[in-house]
Design a protein around this ligand. Structure first.
Ligand code: PEP
Length: 256
C-alpha cells in the first residue's frame, strides 16, 4: 500500500497563491512515485489547480492528486452555499475530506450528515477521507476508543464493503492546529484499533485503506510517527501551506 500524504489548506490561499505554490511544488515531487500526494485547496482555487495538475500529469506528475475539503451529498438543489459531487467530478477532483473536526465542531456536522456525504462521495467515484478524533475531555475521560468506534461505524454505515475506496484520518481534536502532536505511541494505539475495526466491518476487505494521522504534523515529527506499523500517511494542515515544509514531510516519509 502506498503512503498518502495529504494537504488540507483550509481557508488559505487565493487562486494566485495556489498557482504560485504548485509552480514551486510540482517539479520537486513529480518523480516521487512511491507515495501518493493530495492537495486540497479552497473551492475557489480548485478549477485553476485542476488545470495546473492536468498539465503536470502530461509532464509525468501522476502522483499528485486534487482533493476537496468538503462537499454536500446531493447532486444539485436548493442548498445555498454548498458544492456537489457532480461539480467536483467536473474538475477531476479525486479525493474529498469528509467530517473534518472543524466541520464537526464549528459547522455542527453530525454523524448522519457525514455518513450521507461519505455514501455520496463513494457513489460518485471521489475517494473520501473520513476524519475522526476525540476531544481532550474525551481523552481525559478514557473514552477515546469508544468515540472513534462510534464515529467510524456511523460514518461508514452502508458502505463498509466499499472500504477499498475509502481512507480514514485519525485527527485528535486537541492536536489540530495547536502545535501539540499525539505521541507516536498514542497514535499507534488508535490506528491499530481503527485497523482492526475496519477489518471486521469490511469482512477483511481493508487492505487498500490508508489510516492517516493528522494533528500538527511537521518535518520534525513526521519520521517518528510514520515508522509506526499502522500509520499509513498524514493529513497535514498548517505545515502544508509552505511548499518547502510539505516537501520535507514527504521526503521524511520516503526515507523510512
Ligand atoms: C488538519 O487540519 O487536518 C490538521 C491536521 O491541521 P494541523 O496540521 O495544522 O494540525
Amino acid at each position: 500500500m502506498k503512503y498518502l500524504i495529504a494537504a488540507n489548506w483550509k481557508m488559505h490561499k487565493t487562486v494566485a497563491e495556489t498557482l504560485d505554490y504548485l509552480d514551486k511544488f510540482l517539479p520537486a515531487v513529480k518523480d516521487l512515485f512511491t507515495v501518493d500526494i493530495m492537495i486540497a485547496p479552497p473551492f475557489t482555487a480548485l478549477a485553476s489547480a485542476s488545470i495546473k495538475l492536468d498539465a503536470a500529469k502530461k509532464e509525468g506528475a501522476y502522483n499528485v492528486h486534487l482533493g476537496a475539503q468538503n462537499m454536500f451529498w446531493a447532486d444539485e438543489g436548493a442548498f445555498t452555499g454548498e458544492i456537489s459531487p457532480v461539480m467536483l467530478n467536473e474538475l477531476d477532483v479525486q479525493y474529498v475530506i469528509i467530517g473534518h473536526s472543524e466541520r464537526r465542531h464549528i459547522f455542527k456536522e453530525d454523524n448522519d450528515l457525514i455518513n450521507k456525504k461519505m455514501y455520496s462521495a463513494v457513489e460518485h467515484g471521489i475517494r473520501p477521507i473520513l476524519c475522526v478524533g476525540e476531544t481532550i475531555e474525551e481523552r481525559e475521560q478514557g473514552i477515546t476508543l469508544k468515540v472513534i468506534e462510534k464515529q467510524i461505524k456511523a460514518g461508514l454505515a452502508g458502505i463498509e464493503m466499499d472500504m477499498p475506496f475509502i481512507d480514514i484520518a485519525y485527527e485528535p481534536v486537541w492536536a489540530i492546529g495547536t502545535g501539540k502532536t499525539a505521541t507516536p505511541e498514542q497514535a499507534e494505539e488508535v490506528h491499530k484499533f481503527i485497523r482492526e475495526l475496519i477489518h471486521d466491518l469490511s469482512k477483511g476487505n481493508d487492505s487498500k485503506t490508508r489510516i492517516l494521522y493528522g494533528g500538527s504534523v511537521k518535518p520534525e515529527n513526521a519520521k517518528n510517527l510514520i515508522v509506526k506499523d499502522h500509520v499509513d500517511g498524514f493529513l497535514v494542515g498548517s505545515a502544508s501551506l509552505d511548499p518547502q515544509k510539505f516537501y520535507k514531510i514527504i521526503t521524511e516519509v520516503l526515507e523510512v
